[in-house]
Design a protein around this ligand. Structure first.
Ligand code: 5GP
Length: 189
C-alpha cells in the first residue's frame, strides 16, 4: 500500500534491536483516515472469504481491527494478555513471547466468543518473529474454528516470522514488508 509506505519512510524511526517506531500514525497517535484505508485494503483482500469474526491481540491491534471491521460488518475479538484464571476451562489460552517487551505471557479469549462455525481473520499491526500470530492461530485451532488468514500492517520480513508461517501454508497478507532497515534507511520488499 503506497500511502502506508510513504508514511513509514517519512515518519518511521528505526530503533536499536530492530524496532520500528511509528507512533505518529499507528502505535500511539492513530491516523484514522490512513487506518480506514488500511481497513478497506484488508476488505479488498479478504472480503470474499465469508469472514464472521476478526481476531486481534491487545493493545495495538485493536484500533486497526475495529476500523477494518466496519467494512466486514463483523465483531472484533481481542486476545487479552496476562495471567488467565482459567476457572472451569472457560477460556482458550496460548503462550506468546513478546519481541518488544522480551517476556513470555499468556493470551486468552473466552470460549463464549469463538466457535467452531467461525471463519476468522486475524489482524495485527506488526509481524516480526511471528509469535503473536502463532498464538492467535492456536486460539482459533483450539476453538475448532477456521483461520482464513492474517492481515498485517507492517511486516519486518528480515525477522522471518511471515515467511515461516507462509511456508506452513498460512495466508499472510502484509501491506508493507520491510526487508532491511537501519537508522535513516528502510528498504521494502
Ligand atoms: P512477533 O510476535 O511477530 O515477533 O511480534 C509482533 C508483535 O510485537 C506485534 O503485536 C507488535 O505489537 C510487536 N512488535 C514487533 N516488532 C515491532 C516493531 O518493530 N515496532 C512496534 N511498534 N511493534 C512491534
Amino acid at each position: 500500500m503506497e500511502r502506508l509506505k510513504e508514511r513509514i519512510l517519512a515518519e518511521g524511526a528505526v530503533r536499536a534491536g530492530g524496532v520500528l517506531k511509528v507512533d505518529s500514525f499507528l502505535n500511539h497517535q492513530i491516523d484514522i483516515g490512513l487506518c480506514c484505508e488500511i481497513g478497506r485494503e484488508f476488505y479488498r483482500l479478504f472480503g470474499g472469504e465469508g469472514i464472521t469474526k476478526i481476531l486481534t491481540i491487545e493493545a495495538s491491534g485493536i484500533g486497526i481491527a475495529c476500523l477494518a471491521a466496519q467494512y466486514f460488518g463483523v465483531p472484533v475479538l481481542f486476545a487479552k494478555k496476562g495471567r488467565s484464571l482459567n476457572v472451569d476451562g472457560e477460556l482458550y489460552v496460548s503462550q506468546v513471547y513478546s519481541f518488544t517487551h522480551q517476556t513470555t505471557s499468556e493470551v486468552y479469549v473466552s470460549r463464549k466468543f469463538l466457535h467452531r462455525q467461525d471463519r476468522v481473520l486475524i489482524l495485527d499491526d506488526f509481524l516480526a518473529n511471528g509469535k503473536a500470530l502463532t498464538a492467535l492461530f492456536d486460539l482459533v485451532r483450539q476453538a475448532g474454528a477456521e483461520a482464513v488468514g492474517a492481515g498485517i500492517v507492517i511486516e519486518k520480513g528480515f525477522q522471518g516470522g511471515g515467511d515461516r508461517l507462509r511456508a506452513e501454508g498460512r495466508r499472510i497478507e502484509s501491506l508493507a514488508i520491510i526487508d532491511e532497515m537501519a537508522p535513516g534507511s528502510i528498504r521494502f520488499r
